[in-house]
Design a protein around this ligand. Sequence first.
Ligand SMILES: *Cc1c(COP(=O)(O)O)cnc(C)c1O
Length: 428
Amino acid sequence: MNLHYQTNDKGHLAIGGADALDLAQEYGTPLYAVDELRVRDNYRRVYQAFSQEYKKFQIFYAAKANTNLAVMRILEEEGSGIDAVSTGEIYTALLAGFEPERILYTGNNVTTHELEFALNSGVRINVDSISQLQRLAELPGSDGLKISFRVNPMVGAGHHDHCITGGELSKFGIMEQEAVEVYNMALDLGFRPVGIHTHIGSGILDPEPFKLAVEVLMDVAGRVHSETGVNFEFIDFGGGLGIPYTPDEPLLEIETFAREIIGLFKDKIYDYGLNNPTLCIEPGRYLVGDASYLLTRVNTVKNSYRKFVGVDAGFNTLLRPTMYGSYHHILVVDKPDAVPKENLDVAGNICESGDLFARDRLLPEVKEGDVLAIMNAGAYAFSMASQYNSRPRPAEVLVKNKEVDVIRERETFADLLYKQNLPVRLLK
Ligand SMILES: *Cc1c(COP(=O)(O)O)cnc(C)c1O
């Protein structure tokens, strides 16, 4: 089994050393619980794997996976940069203490206003289209600006169609065959293009498509360098490093992965005479995905046409199963190692029949009052949560060596109405 979790001397699930049952008791459910040391371990594992092969290496954490300030602070302390996909993420990253030089802004379909915000905050802008380039050029202060381009290498990969961001159906980046022209255009407009970027998709466990994209991007970089004279300060292969969600999915062997990527990279920088650019990657899921659990309590066991286990969270709390059909492994927190007994449907509390965390899942005996831990709830989990069905969003806690901090308070009914205004004519 490649899923990572720990148990304590009572045989309960432990998160950051704390008993998950106690966490649920004390802070209520649904609750997101983040294991701080797991985030740090994940970061260090990737950093070491790559930097021992090539010194000029930088990680840009893809913040959209989890934008909690505490999580971002942890990664800032570790030395990470930020991959920001919106101005809101730039704002949050600056607040979390990242210097602007360590923030790479990769927006798509951005407004001129957003470009202006990015420019004025001093972050590095990774340009997605010619339209964006031209509008950026018209902004005061953009002359001589260092920029990079996102390139679609015509290779895509990912755990779901929605997560494939390379290839001819993808809306992202400039086409590889127009790269030389676009870099020339940037030079003519007075920019200093110093980087090249790609991101082909998410949830990649098979290194082959990623390696192919690396090769294509390096070939594009080589062509741009020889035909336009651009010297690359950095080459960014994006994120997408996958984690196992089911017990028998493979682990991405990070050391082998890093060695292979860097092998390709070094060969190509030698072939094309590129001058030791910094190699960047942008993992999101890999750093935070398996560090968090969603704790949710069973309130109803119903023998209907099927046997339903009803819990106090829903797709408003964790969207992935409903949105992508994603598998999330589920443990009963007071007996995570118990032998599975029966096939159950684990259903949320939202009024939609697609609101299921698991269909036909082989689980140990589950009774009302039990607390379940939905695993791998650190990435694209809270950050996708909503108040749908007028349900306040849950609390988040951070746990380290049994010490617990509330890093986001549970919302209240008042939060449901935040920013709403009733026109005077409708007042009662
Ligand atoms: C989402 C995203 C990532 C991170 O993807 P993961 O699958 O979480 O690693 C990296 N770069 C860009 C540009 C992204 O949009």
